[in-house]
Design a protein around this ligand. Structure first.
Ligand SMILES: Cc1cc2nc3c(=O)[nH]c(=O)nc-3n(C[C@H](O)[C@H](O)[C@H](O)COP(=O)(O)O)c2cc1C
Length: 200
């Protein structure tokens, strides 16, 4: 397999001109520098996901579940809305099965907020929910405060320190995969011709 490591990036904002996608794009760019990494980005709001308890295996729910199942690891990027993570992120989690296909998945979290205190509350809440469903949330939470002055309207990051921090989400995740995931599964998966993590 040419690109055995598959990273799924989930974006939690569908707002026109959203800053979540801008921060996410930096992580994606950083991940794509790794020759062995395939990156898929899903904007949750573009899927047709039903409320919890209704049609849990709809076409788009299945699509999301398959994307998670096939991923070596997941990055979730959420805006801070009303002191927590976006309801779109919760809706994605509700559509990932019970028990959840997120169980055992390494997950890196990135939050962006217009406010000065950043997206810490969103990330703490999200970490709690993801731990509840059995995901392996990486310890370093990355929060971008004042996000609307850190990026311009075209999505350029105006603060090199913030850009380095956001790109660090990718670095942290790749280090985890290389140190903790790959030694276990890479060789076996490569022999079977499967993407790393797909069998889990
Ligand atoms: C429904 C809603 C609730 C929001 N609540 C908060 C909040 O609690 N704290 C905060 O710092 N910003 C809040 N914001 C502003 C967002 O953080 C801001 O839009 C930021 O750009 C991230 O969201 P985006 O990715 O949709 O752009 C809120 C925005 C919306 C649309």
């Amino acid at each position: 397999v040419e690109k055995p490591i598959r990273i799924l990036v989930l974006n939690g904002s569908i707002r026109a001109g959203n800053y979540t996608a801008m921060a996410s794009a930096l992580v994606v760019d950083e991940l794509r520098r790794h020759p062995k990494v395939h990156v898929e980005v899903i904007t949750i709001g573009e899927l047709k996901l039903d409320p919890p308890g209704i049609n849990p295996n709809s076409t788009d729910a299945k699509r999301l579940q398959d994307a998670v199942k096939g991923a070596t690891a997941v990055v979730i990027v959420t805006p801070e809305y009303h002191g927590s993570f976006s309801s779109l992120v919760k809706l994605a989690i509700e559509n990932l099965g019970f028990p959840s296909v997120l169980a055992g998945k390494p997950i890196a979290l990135l939050g962006v907020a217009a406010g000065t205190i950043g997206a810490i509350k969103s990330l703490e809440h999200l970490r709690g929910v993801l731990s509840h469903v059995g995901a392996m949330v990486l310890p370093l939470l990355t929060s971008v405060p004042n996000v609307q002055s850190v990026f311009d309207k075209e999505g350029h990051c105006l603060d090199p320190k913030v850009e380095k921090m956001v790109r660090g989400v990718a670095t942290q995740l790749m280090q985890y995969i290389e140190n903790a995931v790959c030694p276990r599964v890479t060789l076996e998966a490569l022999l079977r011709g499967e993407p790393v993590g797909a069998a889990h």
